[in-house]
Design a protein around this ligand. Sequence first.
Ligand SMILES: Cc1ncc(COP(=O)(O)O)c(C=O)c1O
Length: 365
Amino acid sequence: MEQLRIPGPTPCPNEVLQVMSRQMINHRGPQFGQILTDITAKLKQLFQTKSDVFLLTGSGTGGLEAAIVNTLSPGDKVLSVSIGVFGERFGAIAEKFGAEVVPLRFEWGTAADADAVRRALKAEPKIKAVLVTHNETSTGVTNDLASISSIVKEFDKLLLVDAISSLGSINLPVDDWHCDVAVTGSQKGWMVPPGLAMVSVSQEAWQAHQRAKMPRFYWDFAKAKDYLEKTPAQTPWTPVISVFFALQVALDMMLKEGLANVFARHARVGKAAREGVKSLGLSLFAEESHASNTVTAVAATDGLDSKKLVKILREEHQVILSGGQQKLDGKIFRIGHLGWVTESDIKVVISALKKVLPQAGFRSS
Ligand SMILES: Cc1ncc(COP(=O)(O)O)c(C=O)c1O
């Protein structure tokens, strides 16, 4: 069987796949309303929030756009904390909609320095919001969001979080860490196909929404709330119904396992991936103190042709890994380990790597 070990889309359990073959239902009828209400309540548990949570049909990037356009106005100053490809994307969306973006960039492979965030907020008192990626999928680094959040709130700014590849896999207590909007995507740790962005919206974000002038239609949180409160509960636009069926089953599986156990499993699997690659003589790309439990980025050193490696793994071992993005193309490869994954899945990847590394030019020193 193919081992899909990219950082999303991730494999779906059989129970999830089966329910997706169900016949379509009326998305304005009571059956869908019951599913939407149930999923929303369960997502609040997994986001660890009492605030609003909305399910937006679209990919994670749509959720990031929603976070921006619902809380900001053209000309607003925002601090964009970036440690990789997705941090850059969040800032680029804000810029596209007319925000004045103050970039705060850190070397790829490292985490954001909370003290630098403090200095930036001190230097630019007009900043309204801080954009930050919790888990940077392109580099395999998890930011210390708790520390960053406490500084952002010391300065009383809005905190908009890309938690696309962390929520549901790595601990992120949305209320305790004062995230005003936190965004995730269904194809990541949630064990369901792509198609949904899930977002939480705090009271402060709603206050910002009242003043926010950026253009929005499809992504308007007010419309999502209005339709969720109807009887039966609905979404404003036609939702990706099959993924709702899937998510209901997947959330039950996650809650049955228990949130703490889900996080602990990801921590074990992340450690197994890091120890496994190091045992083969490979080096981690990410600084180990902030290495992610959902994706491991491995440096292509010692003659390793990472593109050849990924190709041979796919063609001869049915193990699917990711390469590097943008300036990391050819410089790293990535193992995704989020969602429906155990340590034995990682063992399969590591033993395939062991066979293929010499074929891809790697000379262990
Ligand atoms: C951290 C992060 N942000 C944003 C995205 C973009 O999500 P999507 O491809 O669902 O639009 C991804 C997807 O890989 C991601 O990992």
